[in-house]
Write a protein that binds this ligand. Structure first.
Ligand SMILES: N[C@@H](CCC(=O)N[C@@H](CS)C(=O)NCC(=O)O)C(=O)O
Length: 210
């Protein structure tokens, strides 16, 4: 059993989707980051950077924060969606680090400026809108070469998908990125993804571009 500390955000959904895909039993502990629950001492004890997601694996008492580290741990634990072959692993690590350093932080800033505070900082609006397009261009070119980001469906796709699900907040039209659109629709059709997307908010709607 995995204790999952999460909220209804892209970083949180990576883990609920991964746990569903890997068929691991888990208990959800919502951490309402809008109410400051991420600063509670009991949460900081497992996630010292005061961010969701975090997990505790009841099998061995291991706690982990940072979604990329958690995905690698769960991939190793189950042997699913995380190739054992060293050459394939290098590719997975490259793109997982790209997700953690570019997709998450930059598209997260798009949400902050373009979605929640549009017009308040025009320079930031212009800069992050351009950066979002650059990131989508990188991903679209990658997906022109393979069905999934590293060939087979992996923790890299699971890490990236919830951010792309927010394309409208980032002023992105998926019709401009046909390879991403094809990839997105394939992943969105997976039952585990549909289930994991609704954790911890069962009313959350998974956007499905036509
Ligand atoms: N690099 C971290 C980022 C996690 C993150 O930014 N979490 C956000 C929600 S998506 C959060 O908990 N924010 C609360 C805060 O900053 O106080 C990861 O991938 O786990």
């Amino acid at each position: 059993m995995i204790d999952l500390y999460t909220w209804s955000t892209p970083n949180g959904r990576k883990l609920s989707i991964a746990l569903e895909e890997m068929d691991l039993p888990y208990a959800v502990h919502p951490v309402n980051i809008g109410k400051g629950e991420q600063f509670r001492p009991e949460f900081l004890a497992i996630s010292p950077n005061n961010k969701i997601p975090a997990i505790i694996d009841r099998e061995n008492g291991q706690s982990i924060f940072e979604s990329g580290a958690i995905l690698m741990y769960l991939g190793d634990k189950t042997g699913k969606f995380y190739p054992a072959d060293p050459a394939k692993r290098i590719r997975v690590h490259e793109w997982l680090m790209w997700q953690m350093s570019a997709v998450g932080p930059m598209l997260g800033r798009c949400h902050y400026f373009l979605h929640y505070n549009p017009g308040k900082a025009p320079f930031a609006d212009t800069w992050f809108e351009a950066e979002a397009k650059r990131i989508y261009g990188v991903l679209d070119r990658l997906l022109a070469t393979a069905e999934f980001m590293c060939g087979e469906y992996s923790i890299v796709d699971i890490a990236t998908f919830p951010w792309i699900a927010r394309h409208e907040w980032q002023r992105i039209d998926l019709n401009d990125y046909p390879n991403i659109r094809r990839w997105y629709r394939a992943i969105a059709a997976r039952p585990a993804v549909q289930k994991g997307f609704k954790v911890p908010d069962p009313k959350a709607e998974l956007p499905m571009p036509r």
